[in-house]
Design a protein around this ligand. Structure first.
Ligand code: ADP
Length: 199
């Protein structure tokens, strides 16, 4: 199994890359998504959150009111630690299940937006960084995602710089061109990853 960490700044094109890698056959592990799945209605995870935080954190539909939980734990270390103590082990278990089910030569791609920020490069065999000029990131966020320029700039300023991200990369995908250019790079990356996973 080859463990690949995938990262990139907001609007860099990381989701496009992960979708294409999954399309080629990578096993995609998205920790944010798993963190939502383990507290879906009917799960032991949600029951544990309700036992800790009370029925008030449920929406009328029975789903977790994520904004409300976010407000409770924001700036409160103890409450945040209590939430993480429930969610993190469940996420870890689910990730392990997915990996156990994968064949020995699988390419497992972890979608980790804050890989550089959190110093996680050492956890992976390969680190793929999707790199784009800041102006391209901004344009995509404003034109395609409907963000205001101010919001997009603020989010970008909160993340690692391009240089910091590139410094931890084993592969850099240059997304300064068209979507077709991007796809061609992902395809050649896929060939090299499958080659490594098989050897
Ligand atoms: P991220 O996941 O890194 O935040 P996305 O992959 O969602 O970024 O890309 C942001 C937006 O820009 C999406 O709508 C995506 O389709 C578009 N996009 C990404 N790369 C390109 C490109 N090379 N040319 C045009 N649009 C692009």
């Amino acid at each position: 199994m080859l463990k690949v960490g995938l990262t990139g700044g907001i609007g860099s094109g990381k989701s496009e890359v992960s979708a294409r890698l999954a399309g080629r056959g990578a096993l995609l592990i998205d920790a944010d998504r798993i963190a939502r799945e383990v507290v879906e209605p009917g799960t032991p995870g949600l029951a544990a959150v309700v036992a800790e935080f009370g029925e008030d954190v449920l929406l009328p539909s029975g789903a977790l009111d994520r904004e409300k939980v976010g407000r409770i734990v924001f700036g409160d270390r103890d409450r945040l630690a209590a939430l993480n103590a429930i969610v993190h082990p469940l996420v870890g278990e689910r990730m392990q299940e997915l990996m156990d089910a994968a064949p020995a030569d699988a390419v497992v791609v972890y979608d980790v937006p804050l890989l550089a920020e959190n110093g996680l490069a050492g956890m992976y065999d390969e680190v793929v960084v999707v790199d784009a000029p800041e102006e391209a990131q901004l344009d995509r966020l404003v034109a395609r995602r409907g963000m205001t320029e101010e919001d997009a700039r603020a989010r970008m300023a909160n993340q690692a710089s391009r240089e910091e991200r590139r410094a931890v990369a084993t592969h850099i995908i240059d997304n300064s061109g068209t979507l077709d250019d991007l796809k061609a790079q992902v395809d050649s990356l896929w060939d090299s990853l499958t080659h490594r996973a098989a050897s």
